[in-house]
Structure formats: structure tokens, C-alpha cells
Design a protein around this ligand. Structure first.
Ligand SMILES: Cc1cc2nc3c(=O)[nH]c(=O)nc-3n(C[C@H](O)[C@H](O)[C@H](O)COP(=O)(O)O)c2cc1C
Length: 211
């Protein structure tokens, strides 16, 4: 009797262990879903640069995003120059009144630059049209998920964009050499993460099936 009891316990333990994800086995059904679910906006980076081999893959995934009528009314610029990033940040600081709420960020001891401390910045512009903001958003989405899958962290940003239409920002915009009619829409800070952000709450109640 004791023998049967021990055998039953052993079977239960074995079956339970089989249902637990192992180190190799993810809690997600596949790698794409794992990448999407575990990507987070990162705002602290170390100094490691992103190789062109890796960046080229991220950019390629971006331009393969769906876009209205495949018109591709976008342009992409990748700024890798730390001098450019630091100089733009200095000019940005000078363009903001010291008593503005926007100036609070400069007091953060971890503040490195205006692009949430990223090491590279991807700028995405569009020639405005009915679908182009959506197109650029989808492009950015592909880029951040591709980056995540390659171990690169990122943050999509719109707040730095208004700086590039100020007197202080215009010289930096010119160096991006965008084509006539192109307008900057958003940028993506990228680099290797120096933080592990929590997952911000998602409201599942926003989604409903209509049956
Ligand atoms: C269109 C857009 C604009 C954003 N602009 C900024 C920004 O200017 N600064 C910033 O720190 N984060 C910005 N974010 C990042 C969001 O704050 C972030 O995606 C959101 O809080 C959810 O967090 P998660 O990306 O970690 O899931 C932006 C995201 C999107 C999609």
C-alpha cells in the first residue's frame, strides 16, 4: 500500500514538473509574442554603441512595416554621433526657460541627453498625407520590436520633436538633410539598457468581443 502511495506521489510530482516552463521553455507561445510582451520603453542606457550589422536589421524591419498603398512617404535618419546628441541637448537646454516644468528633467542626476539618454537616435519624418502618421507609427513599432529581439532597448519619443522647429533646433534639423516636404514626426532612442522598467498597466477592459 505504502509503495502505491509513494508511486502516486512520484507521478504527480513528475507531471507537475513537466508543466512548468524550463529555462529553455518560455512562458510565451512563441518568440514573436515574447518579444512584443517583454519590450519596455527604456530611459537609461550604458555607453555601448549599436553595431551597423544590428542597426541595419532594425531599419530593414522598419521599412517592411505595412503602409498605406505602399507609398512609403517617410524618411529615416540615424544619428550615432555623440557630439551631435550632446550639442543638440545643450541647445535644447538653452531654449528652455529655467523655471519651466520642462527644465525639471535636467536636475535628474542620471540625465545624459534630451533623447532619454539613448546612445543612438532614429528620426522618422513623413510627407504628410492621410495615412502617413499611422505608417510612421507602424514603422516605429516594427523597429522597437526588432530591436528588442536583437537585445537592443528603445523608447519612442515625440516630445523632443518640437525643439527642431525652434531657432536653436533648426541647425540640427538641417543636418538631417530631409527631402523637400518632409516633416519630422517622431524619434526613437536606442541603446543597451541600464535599467529594468516595470510593465506599465494595460487596461484589458478596453477590448470587447461583439458576438
Ligand atoms: C507616439 C508615442 C510617443 C511617445 N513619446 C514619448 C516621449 O516623448 N517621452 C518618453 O519618455 N516616452 C514616450 N513614449 C513612450 C511611452 O511613454 C510608453 O510607450 C508607454 O508609457 C508604455 O510603456 P512601454 O513602452 O514600456 O510599454 C511615447 C510612445 C509613443 C507610442
Amino acid at each position: 500500500m505504502k509503495k502505491y502511495f509513494a508511486l502516486t506521489i512520484l507521478c504527480i510530482l513528475t507531471l507537475t514538473a513537466c508543466n512548468q516552463p524550463t529555462a529553455e521553455e518560455s512562458a510565451y507561445p512563441n518568440e514573436v509574442i515574447e518579444t512584443i510582451m517583454t519590450r519596455r520603453s527604456v530611459r537609461q542606457y550604458n555607453d555601448e554603441p549599436i553595431s551597423h550589422e544590428v542597426m541595419d536589421k532594425i531599419l530593414e524591419c522598419g521599412i517592411h512595416a505595412p503602409n498605406g498603398m505602399n507609398a512609403q512617404r517617410w524618411e529615416v535618419r540615424v544619428v550615432e554621433s555623440q557630439k551631435w546628441i550632446n550639442d543638440a541637448t545643450e541647445a535644447y537646454k538653452n531654449s528652455i526657460p529655467a523655471d519651466s516644468p520642462m527644465a525639471e528633467q535636467f536636475k535628474d542626476p542620471n540625465f545624459k541627453n534630451m533623447f532619454r539618454n539613448a546612445t543612438s537616435v532614429i528620426f522618422i519624418s513623413h510627407r504628410p498625407g492621410p495615412c502617413t502618421q499611422i505608417d510612421c507609427g507602424l514603422m516605429a513599432g516594427n523597429m522597437v520590436n526588432a530591436a528588442k529581439s536583437l537585445g537592443v532597448s528603445s523608447v519612442i519619443m515625440m516630445s523632443p520633436i518640437s525643439f527642431f522647429s525652434t531657432e536653436e533646433g533648426k541647425p540640427f534639423l538641417e543636418t538631417l538633410a530631409l527631402s523637400e516636404g518632409q516633416e519630422l514626426l517622431l524619434c526613437i532612442g536606442m541603446g543597451y539598457s541600464d535599467q529594468q522598467p516595470e510593465t506599465p498597466e494595460r487596461r484589458y477592459s478596453k477590448v470587447k468581443y461583439i458576438q
